[in-house]
Design a binder for this molecule. Sequence first.
Ligand code: 5GP
Length: 188
Amino acid sequence: MTVNEQVNRTTVCNGERFRLYLDESTIRDRVAELGRQISADYEGLRPVLVGVLNGAFIFLADLMREISGDCEVDFIKLSSYGESKISNGVVTELKAIDANLQGKHVLIIEDIVDTGLSMKYLCDRIQENGPASVKAVTLLHKAAATKVDVPLDYVGFEIDNLFVIGYGLDYSQLGRNLKDIYILDEDQ
Ligand code: 5GP
């Protein structure tokens, strides 16, 4: 594929056009970097990675394999945007965490932080379990959309304030299987 074809790559999801934003190799390199950083920071601490379903499952699977020391995994599921591209501002829990997090070093693994409401909810919720520490990891961060002040300890990419799909992120359940990340094409 030529550079021009790569830059102009688009995909259609649920009838709307998205253009290539972060390609597979860029994502892979950054995830490996985050893995190295977390491996160094958590050496000997056996962290528990808590993935936020559904969007974070691909990022979590790749990130976990870039962490060299012992680590555990669990999942939580929150309400999603459903058919919409905009948050309704209400966070509800659809699946609770199973692991006992008492005294554990917890890393919350999100695909994207938009308003920050979900990440704030998760940090507060996990603190109730008496962990030794809680840190937030997100592959993507839309700083211009973030309304809630929540510390993000590891951020893959700061991105524009537009809807994205791919690499686990969906638009009304489609698009999760795209290997690259695409952003809504406003010119369509
Ligand atoms: P927040 O609570 O920060 O507003 O939103 C967090 C959740 O909203 C994410 O875990 C993700 O499920 C969804 N979300 C936010 N922005 C996007 C986006 O651009 N694309 C997709 N597919 N989901 C998003």
